[in-house]
Ligand binder design. Structure first.
Ligand SMILES: NC(=O)c1ccc[n+]([C@@H]2O[C@H](COP(=O)([O-])OP(=O)(O)OC[C@H]3O[C@@H](n4cnc5c(N)ncnc54)[C@H](OP(=O)(O)O)[C@@H]3O)[C@@H](O)[C@H]2O)c1
Length: 343
C-alpha cells in the first residue's frame, strides 16, 4: 500500500497579534485548521510578556528582535505602516514569506495584491512579500470581477460606509466612549478621528491629497485597477466613516460595455465564489453590517439597472472588514501559496 505523504507544517509568526485584526486572525487560523508547526506572536513593547490563548495553550507575546524570524516560514503582519515598512524586508531576509495587511507594500510592482477568488495566480509572482487590499477594496473587487468576466466594467463610482473597527482597537473604544458621553449629555472629545464619530458621519478617511480625494479613496481606485488587471479602469470613490462597529458597506455604480439587467447580474453574482446575494425588496432583504459581521462571505443586494445610464448597474455590498477585509483574505493567500507550492 502506498504510504501517504505527511502534510507539510509551517512555522508561523503573527506581528500585531494583540490588535483587532491580529486577534481575529488567530481565531480564523485556528478555525481553518491551518497546518501549523509552531506559532510565534509579536506586538509592541507595551504587550511584551502578556499571553494570548491559542488552541488551549497560552503563548507569550514577544517584542521583535534581531533573530525573531529565524526558521519562520510565514509572517503575517497586522501592525502599523511603520512596522510593515521595516519588518517585512527583515523577515524576507531571514527566509520567510510575508503576507502584509498594511498600505505600504500593496502598490509595489514586485508585490502581488491578492483577493484569492479574483486573482489567485498573482501569488506566483511574489518575491517574498504579498499584500492584502484595503478592507473597503476587497468586497468591491469580489463583486466587480465576476460581472467584468461577462460584461467589461468600464467605470466605477463608489461611496463607502466604513466601520470604526477599520481604524483599529482605539477607534472601537472611542465610539463606545463617545456614545456613552452623548447619552449622558456630556461633550465627547475626539482623539482618533478629527471630529466626533458617535451619532455622526465623517467623509474623511486617510489624509487629503491635492486633488481633493483622500488617501483611502485613492487606494480604492488604484487597488481595484491592480487586482483586476485593468490599469485604465475609471474609478471615483468617496469614503465615509460611519458609527458602526464592524462591517464596511459600499454603494457601487458600474458602467459596463453593454446593458445588463438586474436578473442577469443576480445570476452571475450568485454563482461567484465568496459572494452571497441577499436581494428581495418585498421582504426588506438586503445586506447589513450587523448581519455580515462575523462572516467570511461578502453580501450583495439592491441590485438594479441604473435609471440614468443604459449600460449602468447599481448595487450595495457589505463585508466584515476584519475577516474577508483583512484576516481571512490574508490566510486565504497563504493557503493559495501552499496549494501552488509557492512556499
Ligand atoms: N482594522 C481593519 O479592518 C483592517 C483591515 C485591513 C487592513 N488593516 C491593517 O491591519 C493593520 C492592523 O490594524 P488593526 O486595525 O488591527 O490595528 P490595531 O487594533 O491598532 O492593532 C495594532 C497592532 O500593532 C501592534 N504594534 C504597534 N506598534 C508595534 C511595534 N512597534 N511592533 C510590533 N507591533 C506593534 C499593536 O501592538 P500593541 O497591542 O502592543 O500596541 C497591535 O497588536 C494595519 O496595518 C491596518 O491598516 C486593518
Amino acid at each position: 500500500m502506498a504510504e501517504q505523504a505527511a502534510e507539510k507544517r509551517y512555522n508561523v509568526a503573527v506581528v500585531g497579534a494583540t490588535g483587532i485584526v491580529g486577534q481575529q486572525f488567530l481565531r480564523i487560523l485556528h478555525d481553518r485548521a491551518f497546518p501549523l508547526r509552531a506559532l510565534t506572536l509579536f506586538a509592541s513593547k507595551r504587550s511584551a510578556g502578556t499571553t494570548i490563548e491559542y488552541g488551549g495553550q497560552e503563548i507569550e507575546v514577544q517584542e521583535i528582535g534581531p533573530r525573531s524570524f529565524a526558521g519562520v516560514d510565514l509572517v503575517f503582519i497586522s501592525a502599523t505602516d511603520d512596522v510593515s515598512r521595516t519588518i517585512a524586508p527583515l523577515a524576507v531576509e531571514a527566509g520567510a514569506v510575508v503576507i502584509d495587511d498594511s498600505g505600504v507594500w500593496r502598490m509595489e510592482q514586485h508585490v502581488p495584491l491578492v483577493v484569492p477568488e479574483v486573482n489567485p495566480a498573482d501569488v506566483d509572482d511574489h518575491e517574498g512579500i504579498l499584500a492584502i487590499p484595503n478592507c473597503s477594496t476587497t468586497p468591491i473587487a469580489l463583486a466587480l470581477a465576476p460581472l467584468h468576466d461577462v460584461n467589461p466594467v468600464q467605470r466605477v463610482i463608489v461611496s463607502t460606509y466604513q466601520s470604526v473597527s477599520g481604524t483599529g482597537q482605539a477607534a472601537v473604544k472611542e465610539l463606545t466612549e463617545q456614545t456613552r458621553r452623548v447619552l449622558e449629555n456630556q461633550r465627547p472629545s475626539p482623539h482618533v478621528y478629527p471630529h466626533q464619530i458617535a451619532h455622526n458621519l465623517l467623509p474623511e478617511i486617510g489624509s487629503f491629497k491635492d486633488d481633493g480625494y483622500t488617501s483611502e479613496e485613492w487606494k480604492v481606485s488604484a487597488e481595484l485597477r491592480k487586482i483586476m488587471h485593468l490599469p485604465d479602469l475609471a474609478v471615483s470613490a468617496t469614503c465615509v466613516r460611519v458609527p458602526v462597529y464592524v462591517g464596511h458597506a459600499a454603494a457601487v455604480n458600474v458602467e459596463m460595455a453593454n446593458a445588463m439587467d438586474a436578473e442577469e447580474a443576480q445570476t452571475v453574482l450568485r454563482e461567484a465564489a465568496g459572494i452571497v446575494v441577499q436581494d428581495d425588496p418585498t421582504i426588506s432583504l438586503y445586506p447589513q453590517p450587523i448581519t455580515a459581521a462575523g462572516r467570511d462571505d461578502v453580501f450583495i443586494g439592491r441590485i438594479r439597472q441604473d435609471s440614468s445610464h443604459r449600460n449602468g448597474l447599481v448595487f450595495w455590498v457589505v463585508g466584515d472588514n476584519l475577516r474577508k477585509g483583512a484576516a481571512t483574505n490574508a490566510l486565504q493567500i497563504a493557503e493559495e501559496l501552499i496549494k501552488r507550492g509557492r512556499i
